[in-house]
Design a protein around this ligand. Structure first.
Ligand code: FES
Length: 106
């Protein structure tokens, strides 16, 4: 059972029961996470910075390829709504998508 750790959210750990769920849906089981387009791959608000475990993720999706070309997504970032995981992962919430009502650490 893969575990997702959110490094800058007090190292919150989330156990994933179903690998068919997107990273966004896994994150939303335990915390609030920005997802302005509702998980359709049409914005970049759900992006997660991958600290460890990039090799545990599904291949880069078409929307992610487009955002990478436009420099709206960094090479160490993935759209949580377009990404599925196969193993343990450590992420952090990028500064620009942090929510004002949550307390992030650096
Ligand atoms: S929620 Fe908009 S791209 Fe993921």
């Amino acid at each position: 059972m893969p575990t997702v750790n959110i490094a800058n959210l007090k190292s919150k750990s989330i156990h994933c029961d179903d690998k068919r769920e997107s990273l966004l849906n896994i994150l939303l089981t335990a915390t609030d996470w920005m997802h302005a387009c509702g998980g359709k791959g049409r914005c970049t608000s759900c992006k997660a910075r991958i600290i460890k475990g990039m090799e545990q993720l599904s291949p880069v999706s078409k929307p992610e390829e487009q955002y990478l070309k436009l420099n709206k997504l960094r090479k160490d970032e993935r759209l949580a709504c377009q990404t599925f995981l196969k193993g343990d992962l450590t992420v952090e919430v990028p500064k620009e998508t942090q929510l004002p009502h949550l307390n992030y650490t650096d």
